[in-house]
Design a protein around this ligand. Sequence first.
Ligand code: HEM
Length: 496
Amino acid sequence: MELGGAVTIFLALCLSCLLVLIAWKRMNKAGKLPPGPTPIPFLGNLLQVRTDATFQSFMKSKLREKYGPVFTVYMGPRPVVVLCGHEAVKEALVDQADEFSGRGELASIERNFQGHGVALANGERWRILRRFSLTILRDFGMGKRSIEERIQEEAGYLLEEFRKTKGAPIDPTFLLSRTVSNVISSVVFGSRFDYEDKQFLNLLRLINESFTEMSTPWAQLYDMYSGVMQYLPGRHNRVYYLIEKLKDFIASRVKINEASFDSQNPRDFIDCFLIKMHQDKNNPRTEFNLKNLVLTTLNLFFAGTETVSSTLRYGFLLLMKHPEVEARIHEEINQVIGPHRLPSVDDRVKMPYTDAVIHEIQRLVDIVPMGVPHNVVRDTQFRGYLLPKGTDVFPLLGSVLKDPKYFRYPDAFYPQHFLDEQGRFKKNEAFVPFSSGKRICLGEAMARMELFLYFTSILQNFSLRSLVPPGDIDINPKLSGFGNIPPTYELCLVAR
Ligand code: HEM
């Protein structure tokens, strides 16, 4: 390494040490943070937090045992208040919803978003973008073609693809993401993509890879030490370039929309946003600008694709490991829907077992185990502590979904968690895969509809066959970081 480079790194290290000390002093002075392991300068709590298993280090190490359900951990120089279990997360996100409604730092993608786009925005910007996005999703859902019809149509295309496999082994990853992504694509871009469209497949690879990259130890390390690492070359920069490519694609779609735009006939989310931009063009402080348009569309496209398709993919693996559960779903489909008509959302209330299985899949898959970081928007009293404005908070959704007080067998696949004695569907307040409070997932209604319609349509037409005996199926995630990434596998879809 050149001398100049070494000096820069040395100075950056010194600066970080100083920052951690200042942050620690300031926090202790301005507030009273929950207890936690003593950080060491620059490194913070690196010795206690494993970058290859961050969630597990919070849950399975001595941290929770020693400090209780609410503790402070230094992610590098940054203090983060960690919330474990249903009670602590609910007290924060629901009972003090306003205070905990800020978005915390997600360093691995902050360089791409810089506080723009609904998912990473804060304050008035976030409120405006969230209200707008929810309205448009609802309006398109109630428009000429409901979201339900869009999903049913897409499920039809997927079944055709599955039939073509004639029971041969396939990796379902991109067939599932193509079908799921087309549902949100029809809302944000006004049309679906052909399954053979190379550009579409490329976008899906970018999304899939970004989600995976965000869950690597590199990304976790970057989340801790972005202050220094943003100046260093290496694998941690990969996610930045992947997301920039996705941004470029969205920006090009915006240009296409602009060229054929008719304010009287908005075709999609982008057109609706463009209308707002035109209405606000003389307001220099408006949040309806190009940056928020591109990044909010990207949030919807990304979140609307990867979460649902990963859950389906993981769900099929769990069903193959538990063939008796698949058999009971088949039975319920035979009784309620039969072999001929399309499943509809109205069937859900008549299918408690299937509904319970889908809940159990989401609970165990736990797609975003640490939640998306929150932040307190003002000085906040919480359980006898004082969290200064701007403190980051990790609501560990995985710890709620596996809270032993609410689930009898937290680590097992046990659909009865969501069934009462009579076999009726039973709600559970600790079921929070979509989080809770003011930042609760904006696409929850769409996602729940998709999960039900895809699982039932596929299982109405096919049986799942594993290439290995059920007992040998490994259901541990391939990676566990920001997301729990399902293992790669192949399966056969045998026509029923
Ligand atoms: C199984 C499917 C899904 C799961 C498990 C899921 C989960 C989550 C979680 C945990 C959050 C963070 C909430 C928080 O900050 O506390 C979130 C936020 C978000 N989700 Fe989803 N999601 C799913 C599907 C979707 C879909 C289909 C869309 C798009 C239509 C979507 C769009 C968003 C957006 C835009 C946010 C940011 C909300 C905000 O910051 O105000 N999600 N989701």
